[in-house]
Design a protein around this ligand. Structure first.
Ligand SMILES: [Zn+2]
Length: 359
């Protein structure tokens, strides 16, 4: 099976977006938002200020040169190779999940939540699986809401191959119980602060642990056991490379573009086609599109759209105040949202952290 990992086309038909001052960016984005009924599409860039590493740096290249995504068919394969892949996936996810679970929304999440609350931007489509848009609205990441469409699913739920769904926190406890030696390892990394690097999908870089993966036990699904089945094939509720987005989600993403009058795209290279085709759909419908992103993106190949090269976190609060005027301070919910949000971008290290093999 051949599956291509998305990359940004090298041949851009337009020069890179010009760098502009924060003041000019605020004015342009505010002008774009002011007519209202704006659809918003976000990517990994909006979560960087929360400490979640983007897949790609400002030059458009993968931040982790060793990054190898797992493919859907490998994760669900009913074979010894499939078992090994699941051990590798779930060990890395086990070590990476605590960082995802404790991550907090940043100023961009709260700024967008304020725009939602004010009715300027009724819907957000996100490629992120971290649940931070939910948290900025005061919702649990597991809560369903029509305000946020998670295009690529969520890390906060796990399902077995027979459709039993379990909360990721509970699944983490199952993994701890089945793997006390790895629980001790995780506790040690928490204690020393020597934590592995976590990718936006909750995966961690632990290549140096090598063959240690085969010591990891992926537990049986208890609901399957109750149905007299032995099954340890579990998958997070996220879309893997080579896996199709469910039709209902795909259809809804197009509907949101159709229902809204314009599209603001933030913090994404649009390397994934499921996101890029939404931009194309908006352009086909002659809707204004503005892309706010740092570095090159696939949007550089599209003539009809406006682009600004700046990090959203630098301008979002001023943008919201410019759009909402006095209600930004008079509405207590909006005022609170504009005071909320962490800013703790990940440490820019490229070193693989040294950690002892617990076996
Ligand atoms: Zn099951």
């Amino acid at each position: 099976m051949r599956i291509s990992v998305p990359s940004i086309p090298l041949q851009s038909t337009r020069p890179p977006a010009a760098h502009v001052s924060a003041q000019e960016a605020v004015e342009r984005v505010a002008n774009f938002l002011r007519p209202g009924n704006v659809g918003i599409l976000t990517g990994a860039g909006v979560s960087v200020d929360s400490g979640i590493r983007a897949y790609r740096g400002s030059d458009g290249r993968y931040m982790n040169p060793n990054y190898k995504p797992l493919f859907y068919h490998q994760l669900v394969e009913d074979s010894p190779a499939g078992v090994a892949f699941r051990q590798r996936y779930w060990l890395r996810s086990y070590l990476g999940y605590p960082a995802i679970r404790t991550t907090l929304p940043n100023t961009t999440h709260f700024g967008l939540a304020a725009l939602q609350h004010a009715g300027i931007a009724p819907r957000i489509i996100t490629q992120n699986v971290d649940g931070l848009h939910h948290r900025s609205l005061g919702l649990s990441p597991r809560q369903r809401t029509d305000k946020i469409l998670e295009l690529h699913g969520s890390l906060h739920l796990v399902h077995c191959k027979h459709g039993h769904v379990v909360d990721r926190d509970l699944f983490q406890n199952w993994l701890s119980a089945a793997n006390p030696q790895w629980k001790a390892f995780l506790d040690e990394t928490e204690r020393t602060g020597n934590k592995p690097r976590t990718n936006p999908d909750g995966d961690v870089a632990i290549e140096h642990l090598g063959t240690a993966y085969d010591s990891f036990i992926v537990p049986q699904c208890p609901s399957c056991m109750l149905e007299d089945r032995i099954n340890s094939v579990h998958k997070p509720d996220v879309i893997f490379f080579g896996e199709s987005i469910p039709n209902a989600i795909k259809t809804r993403s197009f509907e949101i573009v159709e229902e809204t009058s314009r599209l603001l795209i933030i913090g994404t290279t649009l390397a994934t086609y499921s996101a890029f085709r939404l931009l194309k759909h908006a352009v086909e419908l002659h809707k204004p599109v503005l892309v706010l992103n740092v570095g090159p993106s696939r949007a550089d190949t599209v003539e009809e759209i406006e682009r600004i090269d700046i990090a959203s976190g630098l301008i979002i609060r001023d943008v919201v105040r410019a759009v909402l005027g006095s209600s930004a301070s008079l509405d207590p919910t909006i005022a609170h949202m504009l005071e909320s949000g962490v800013v703790k971008p990940p440490v820019d290290d490229t070193l693989v952290q040294q950690a002892a093999d617990p076996r």
